[in-house]
Ligand binder design. Structure first.
Ligand code: NAP
Length: 323
């Protein structure tokens, strides 16, 4: 496996950056497709030995060069961030374009596998534009000749992850929170290192090729319970009151006021909170056995990795001491 060349997209992001460091430690040959090599070098000054290819999935630039000689590729991008180019297009349209460009280029380059991290949520249950778009990308990637694996995750707990940062800022800053009814929607969050276990595991387990899997942590929570679990880990007393009149749009304005997460990301994420995001399919457990990290431990570890903002703990030791 170490002989194969792996192309990583999204390496400057939350998931891609962590997967890159894991592969680097394991000595796996990685090439990263990035929009800005300068941003990559600033983020990872110690990874100067990583091969970079400059390109843009939505524009369709740099893909042939990036995929040349590649056996397996990771698709870890979305267009919800404040991004340059393609002005006027919504994120779903950009993501559709990006997936088509990538699939076509991967086919032409003779890539064997695409491994894609998607979003959980049952189709037909009023899925939000964001979650539908994530699954549409999976369909586009799988519709060619390259074997695509789609891993569907809900909330991912880890320092720097958009969903986790929203939970952190809201719970830290608001002793009494007035929330819409969606706080009682169920979710099954997963710790980011477990997501990496599955993503990396797919490369080693050929049976995962051409399949869709759901990946979740060990326990289900409502969003209310999740925020109260966060508060318990931090020793905070918090109250969450539900009011029926708060619409997702109003809630997203409110979240943008209280957290530093950009509106382009908050709005689609909040729109998705009305859908349950729990795992109904557990087939992945047989193919890639993983020790799933319990939520309190996941939150503790995430906080000890935070470098700034409320709740950041100085070290993992400090976090364990609080338990
Ligand atoms: N975070 C979660 O809680 C979560 C949960 C479930 C699923 N996922 C899925 O996991 C995947 C990765 O998410 P993330 O949280 O790691 O996102 P992220 O931190 O926002 O990173 C997004 C990455 O995509 C890159 N990118 C965006 N547009 C691009 C383009 N046109 N061409 C090339 N690269 C582009 C960005 O590069 P720049 O640095 O140039 O902007 C960045 O590296 C996504 O598919 C997402 O839906 C995430």
């Amino acid at each position: 496996m170490k002989d194969q060349l792996v192309l990583l997209t999204g390496a400057t992001g939350f998931i891609g950056g962590r997967l890159l460091r894991r592969f680097h430690e394991q000595g796996i040959r990685v090439r990263c497709l990035v929009r800005s090599p300068k941003k990559f070098q600033t983020l990872y000054p110690n990874l100067s030995d990583i091969e970079l290819a400059e390109g843009d999935l939505v524009q369709g630039t740099g893909l042939a060069e990036a995929l040349q000689g590649v056996q397996a590729s990771y698709y870890l991008v979305h267009s919800m961030g404040p991004s340059p180019g393609s002005a006027g297009k919504g994120f779903a349209e950009k993501d559709r374009l990006a997936a088509r460009n990538f699939r076509r280029a991967a086919e032409e380059a003779g890539v064997e596998r695409i491994i894609y991290l998607s979003g959980l949520g049952e189709q037909g249950s009023g899925l939000s534009t964001h979650l539908s778009s994530r699954q549409e990308v999976g369909q586009i990637l799988a519709s060619g000749t390259v074997a695509a694996t789609e891993l569907r995750a809900g909330v991912i707990i880890g320092s720097g992850g958009a969903s986790f940062e929203i939970i952190r800022y809201l719970t830290e800053r608001l002793p009494v929170m007035v929330a819409p009814r969606w706080v009682d929607t169920r979710c099954q969050p997963i710790y980011v290192e477990n997501v990496l276990d599955y993503l990396a595991g797919c490369l080693e387990v050929p049976e995962t090729a051409g399949q869709i899997f759901e990946i979740c942590g060990p326990d289900q929570f409502s969003y209310r319970e999740l925020m109260l679990t966060y508060a318990r880990v931090r020793g905070l007393t918090r109250f969450i009151l539900t009011v029926p009149v708060l619409t997702p749009k109003l809630s997203s304005y409110w979240v943008q006021l209280v957290t530093p997460i950009p509106g382009s990301l908050v709005q689609p994420l909040i729109g998705g909170l009305k859908s349950e995001v729990i795992c109904l399919d557990t087939r992945i457990h047989d193919l890639i056995p993983v020790r799933l990290i319990p939520m309190e431990e996941a939150i503790c570890t995430a906080l000890s990795e935070e470098e700034q903002g409320p709740g950041a703990l100085p070290s993992r030791q400090a976090c364990l001491f609080r338990e």
